[in-house]
Structures are given as C-alpha cells and as structure tokens.
Design a protein. Structure first.
Ligand code: GAP
Length: 439
C-alpha cells in the first residue's frame, strides 16, 4: 500500500534525515531560502550529473559553462528583465498581507481575513539589485541573475571562437539564480535563491522548430530514466498569452504535485531574441557566417531549463512511499539507484562483527561508490533509516558469514533477502547500479 505524501511529510523527512534545512533557522529562518545537508548534497550531485549525462548524444556538441552570478544593469536592460521580469502584486488593506495577484482569486476576498479590500495591482520586479563598490549611482548598479542563460548569451562569441564549434551546438550550465518572489512557497518549489540547470541550443532559424521537438522528447525521456512515474509527467504547450517576453513557443514538462499539475521544466524557442538584443545594446556583432550560403545571421536558441531544487523536490514526492508490512508501516524512499544519495549500507549484525564488516566496506569504498558503514542501533532501526533515505541495498554480515564467507543483501523495494558470496559484492553493486539507458 502507498499513500500520497503531503508537503509537510517531505519537509519533515528532509529535516529529520538531514537532506534540507531552513536557512538561518537559528535566527528565525529566511523565507524562500534553504541549506542542503550531507544527504541533500549527495542527491543533488547525482541529479546534476544525471542531467549532464542526459544531454549527451554522439551527434551533438554540448559545451560546459559557469557564469558569474552578478551582472551589470546593461545586461538586464538588454535581456528585457528590467522592463519585463515582473509579477503582479496586491496587498490586503485590512490585514496587510501581500500576495501575487495571479496566485489568488481576488473576487473571493483575502485568503487570510476574507475581506475584499485590495490595493491596486502593481508590477513588482523580481530581480535583486545591488551596487558594486562604494559609489551608488546608475553606473554601479548590478543585479543577481534571475536565470543562468544570459551569461551564456553574453559570452556567445567567446565560447564559439575559443572552441571552434559550428552551429548547431549547445552550452549547458548549472548554477544559482535569484528571484525576489513575492510569496515563496511550497518548500523547494518556489524559492528566492535556487539552482537552475539550463542548456542553450544554438541553431539556424529554419531548424529551430525541429530542435524544439527534439529537445521536448529528450527532456521527457530524462524523467522516466531517473525513475519518475511516467503517469505523473506530461508536456504542456503554452498558450500565446502565457509566453515569456523572449519566447515564440514554450512547452512545460509538468509534474502532478499534491498541489496540482505544475511546471517542472520549461523548453522554449527563444528565436534570436537574446543574441539580437545583446548585439543591439552592446554594439558588438554577434552574427555568425554561413559559409555555404555566404551570408551572416544571428542564430536562434532552443532552451531547456529545469530547477535543480524543484527536481529534487519532485524526486522526493515521487519516491516517498508508505508500505504496510503485516501490522507495521514503513516509510521508504523508492529513489532510482542513480539518484539515491547512498548506494549501499554495510551493517554488521552486532558490534562484535564490526571488524570484518569494516574491512569489506573499506574494500568496496575503493570502487568509488557512495556507501555507508552503519553499526548504530538495532538492525531493524538501521534498515528503517536506510529505507527512509532511499538506500537501495543493505548488506548484513552475521555470524554465519564468519564461516560461509557469504553475506545477506536486502533489497529496499522488494524486501527480498539473498545470500551472496562476499567476493561477489562488487559485481552485484556494479550490475544493480548500471546507469539507465537514456542517460
Ligand atoms: N531561462 C528560462 C527560465 O528561467 P523559468 O520558467 O522562469 O525559465 C525555469 O524557469 C525553471 O527554473 C522552472 O521550470 C523551475 O524548474 C525553475 N524555477 C524557476 N523559478 C523558481 C523558483 N522561484 N524556485 C525554484 N525553482 C524555480
């Protein structure tokens, strides 16, 4: 049996097991900002590397990039973010609570006090502004990036000439983005500081539609490859009225969260908007030369963009399962082995057997797997902890192991236990952790 987790279940698991903590909790907490603990970092690293692997294809060049988090005003003027990156904001005149106007039904009245006394809806720019250096004027104004993409666009010529690549090619970046969300909510779903995994695919205008379809398919298959339930994933194409200022067509990969179907990833045909704007505002030519046609053109861009934290949250929702074992219930995170933070646990049945088990653990550790040696508490308690953090396999060394040189391996999902030779552990883990075909 399994029940659907609530957001509270996920938040509580994350804190209890050290995946994610509210940032600055000691001082009352910072709304929309989170810190990642040991298991959270391991799992996020797995997501980052799965995402990078998923972009690879023998016939596609994808270069890596890591841009600065802060950019001068000129970049955001050109990108359109100063003029267009707004959310509609409204205040309740009675209880003084503030809302994103498109998040609530203003006709129904304030979700807190019920009164229908609103201020006018104002446009609120979501970028964090600062000044570089001691002088505060127009020339020192800078912004934390609200998307990672722009640093790729402003480096387009540097990237192209230094790597001698030809259109089409892609540039992938994983990095922080910042948005001063009016109402951060749903834990890692809508944050003020978050991480994006974005890939900008530069191509000609006449191939962009074909590549848009290609990347939509490719991105969908990524989610099933990392074990997300295909019934809970869908592709939804944007209405014209929903499109961002830079996009000519967008499709969202949506997931069915407990709070409804919501965007997990956006795939957008950005046309040549970004490079044209930067060319115009900087006065630098960002066109490329087409040798065959003997013309110059500004390339189009197809972008895939997913939040690493939102994906992290999605994997937790998808994996969180309550199984009933006879009279007992157990909580188990059925994460795909490639995403699980710990791949296998090595458990001596009793402390007396620590030494031989530690010896085996040390030997397996040399293979580079993220594994844990765990001798604290009863074996039942240790199994429960590893179920809750999604460890796919638990190896237990018992008194029989001393004589038969075999060990028990317990499968997290099926709970089946089998006895295998200690010499077979490396191959066993290697086989079970083989990366999914689509990665
Ligand atoms: N460069 C395009 C872009 O930034 P977006 O739809 O605004 O497009 C892309 O964001 C992805 O970034 C979203 O699909 C989501 O996964 C993630 N994201 C956006 N805002 C977020 C926030 N406030 N908190 C967490 N993740 C967010």
């Amino acid at each position: 049996m399994s029940t659907k987790p609530t957001l509270e279940d996920i938040v509580s698991l994350c804190k209890r097991r050290g995946f994610v903590f509210q940032s600055s909790e000691l001082y009352g907490g910072l709304n929309g900002v989170y810190d990642f603990g040991h298991l959270g970092v391991l799992m996020k690293n797995n997501l980052r590397s799965a995402w990078l692997k998923s972009l690879q294809a023998p016939d596609k060049t994808i270069l890596l990039f890591e841009g600065a988090l802060v950019g001068p005003q000129a970049v955001w003027q050109a990108s359109g973010h100063i003029d267009n990156f707004h959310d509609p904001m409204v205040d309740c005149l009675n209880c003084k609570k503030r809302f994103r106007a498109d998040d609530i039904d203003m006709e129904k009245g304030c979700p807190y006090c019920g009164k229908k006394e609103w201020t006018e809806v104002r446009q609120f720019n979501m970028m964090f502004k600062t000044h570089l250096g001691a002088t505060v004027d127009h020339s020192t104004a800078a912004y934390l990036r609200p998307e990672t993409a722009q640093s790729i666009f402003i480096n387009f010529k540097n990237i192209m000439s230094s790597h001698r690549v030809k259109i089409p090619f892609g540039v992938a970046q994983i990095g922080k983005a910042f948005r001063n969300e009016i109402t951060p909510k749903q834990f890692l779903f809508r944050m003020r500081e978050f991480e994006q995994m974005e890939m900008e695919w530069f191509c000609t205008a006449d191939t962009s539609n074909e590549y848009f379809k290609y990347w939509c398919e490719k991105r969908l298959s990524f989610y099933t490859a990392i074990g997300i339930n295909p019934q809970k994933i869908r592709l939804r194409s944007h209405e014209k009225t929903e499109l961002s200022h830079y996009s000519s067509q967008t499709s969202d990969v949506e997931y069915e969260y407990p709070f409804g179907w919501k965007e997990l990833e956006g795939i957008a045909d950005r046309g040549n908007f970004d490079l044209s704007q930067h060319s115009k505002y900087s006065g630098k030519d960002l066109s490329v030369h087409d040798e065959e046609k003997q013309t110059s053109y500004i390339p189009n861009v197809v972008e895939t963009s997913v939040g690493a934290d939102r994906l992290f949250l999605t994997c937790l929702f998808d994996a969180y399962t309550i199984d009933t074992l006879g009279q007992e219930e157990r909580l188990v995170l059925k994460l795909h082995p490639s995403i699980a933070p710990i791949k296998a646990a090595f458990l001596p049945l009793v402390k007396k057997l620590n030494d031989p088990m530690h010896h085996i653990y040390t030997d397996i550790l040399k293979c580079g797997y993220t594994i844990e040696f765990d001798d604290s508490g009863s074996i039942g308690k240790r199994y429960r902890r590893h179920d809750e953090i999604g460890t796919p396999f638990c190896f237990t060394y018992d008194f029989d192991s001393e004589t038969d040189h075999r060990i028990t391996v317990r499968n997290r999902d099926t709970l089946q236990q089998e006895r295998i030779s200690i010499d077979a552990i490396k191959n066993y883990i290697g086989d079970k952790l083989q990366k999914p075909a689509a990665l």
